[in-house]
Design a protein around this ligand. Structure first.
Ligand SMILES: [Zn+2]
Ligand SMILES: [Zn+2]
Length: 200
């Protein structure tokens, strides 16, 4: 990963926007980094570029550091004195500002293709939710049903207990009440089991 020489916080994004030449483009300023040979390969597609000399014309010390090797790049004309670019004499890479690619193509008579390349910042890798084990889902579902049945059982026994004996179908059973309470408590316990994983 290499950072934009202009916007230090932006990482260049590789994009195959111009045919088969992968470009490193800054999502912030849309500047383009060409590794050695890449720009030449692109410009050679034009009649004027085929015979062009890719050494800088009137190179001067520039202010940008090469994103690859951190050497100070030189600023000078590329192919045409009007097309000022930053070139790293150490690794041969060339930096074009967003508007310079269009200018390069115009000067060389390259037609077609985009004159500007835009990229989006890559999205942060999505956090995968932990895969749910179907067995655990089954156990939790059973626990939920158990808890509901337990609650219903306890409620029914309470209803039997507090209602006048004549109006209810049978006498309340302490055994069923206790079993239902245990079922409810156990179900809730199982439902909560494993929850602490979420915080780790
Ligand atoms: Zn940038
Ligand atoms: Zn370099």
């Amino acid at each position: 990963m290499i950072n934009c020489p202009k916007c230090s916080s932006e990482a260049l994004v590789e994009t195959p926007a111009l045919g088969n030449i992968p470009l490193d483009v800054c999502p912030g300023c849309s500047g383009i980094w060409f590794d050695k040979g890449e720009l030449e390969a692109l410009l050679k597609q034009s009649p004027a570029g085929g015979s062009a000399d890719f050494n800088l014309i009137n190179p001067k010390a520039g202010s940008l550091a090469c994103p690859r090797c951190k050497n100070k790049m030189s600023r000078g004309g590329l192919v045409n004195p009007l097309l000022l670019v930053d070139k790293c004499e150490a690794c041969g890479g060339v930096w074009l500002d967003a508007n310079e690619l269009g200018l390069a193509k115009k000067l060389l008579g390259v037609s077609g293709g985009s004159s500007e390349v835009k990229v989006e910042r890559p999205a942060a890798a999505p956090v995968e939710p932990p895969a749910r084990d179907p067995k655990i889902v089954l156990i939790k579902t059973a626990a939920g049903v158990g808890a509901l049945l337990g609650l219903a059982g306890v409620s029914f026994e309470m209803y039997l207990y507090f209602s006048p004996a004549a109006s209810v179908p049978r006498a309340p059973s302490a055994g069923i009440a206790v079993a239902s309470a245990l079922l409810f408590a156990g179900g809730i316990l199982v439902l909560n089991w494993g929850k602490e994983d979420r915080w780790s």
